[in-house]
Ligand binder design. Structure first.
Ligand SMILES: C[S@@+](CC[C@H](N)C(=O)[O-])C[C@H]1O[C@@H](n2cnc3c(N)ncnc32)[C@H](O)[C@@H]1O
Length: 179
């Protein structure tokens, strides 16, 4: 992928909105009990960093070489075998994905236990229009009901949710693989 994204790498690494926040703390909390994780759309690498600090073995991936991920790939087509990681996680990135349903299925496929998604929450069509004008790479934010649908469509049972209580009105969902 070129490289409007790679040019943003420094910003993502240093911005406070990405490098810290209650949602990042929540990801670490919800990862408790897992040993290996895949950080999808790692951007500035903050999820990977925090999970490593918590003792997990982490692989990062992102389609943009400038983000310096361990593996270059899209969320919709993860080059890992089924059940490769205890946890697959993606944070504040899904609103850039072309096909979120497919990405959710891929997260569920490569995980053997748990999936965590954090993203900005849908606030109405005006908000979407403003966001697309501000950031042409914005595809779409989704509501809680839509996110629940993506999890269900990926065979995941939502076991924890934080809706709009987090910084920048982010939603966080954790799901386990349905038996
Ligand atoms: C806002 S940054 C991610 C922030 C990071 N996860 C964090 O917690 O700070 C968005 C990232 O999504 C990546 N991206 C865009 N489209 C993607 C796709 N289809 N699949 C995976 N990553 C994608 C971009 O390269 C970029 O690094």
């Amino acid at each position: 992928m070129t490289d409007a994204w790679s040019e943003r790498a420094k910003l993502y690494r240093t911005s406070k909105a990405h490098s810290e926040g209650a949602d990042l703390d929540l990801v670490v909390e919800w990862a408790a009990g897992t040993n290996t994780a895949l950080d999808v759309a790692t951007g500035g690498g903050h999820v990977g960093r925090r999970l490593r600090e918590a003792g997990l073995e982490v692989v990062t991936c992102d389609p943009s070489p400038g983000m310096a991920p361990d593996v270059i790939c899209f969320a919709e087509d993860l080059p890992f075998a089924d059940g490769s990681f205890d946890l697959a996680v993606t944070r504040v990135a899904a609103h850039h994905f072309a096909d979120v349903g497919q990405a959710a299925r891929e997260l569920a496929r490569v995980s053997r236990d748990r999936v965590i998604v954090v993203d900005t929450l849908y606030q109405g069509d005006d908000g979407e229009e403003a966001e697309a004008l501000r950031d042409p790479s914005h595809v779409r934010n989704y509501s809680e009901a839509q996110w629940r649908g993506f999890f269900e469509g990926a065979g995941l049972t939502v076991d924890s949710i934080s809706n709009g209580q987090l910084a920048m009105r982010r939603i966080a969902l954790r799901g386990g693989l349905a038996a």
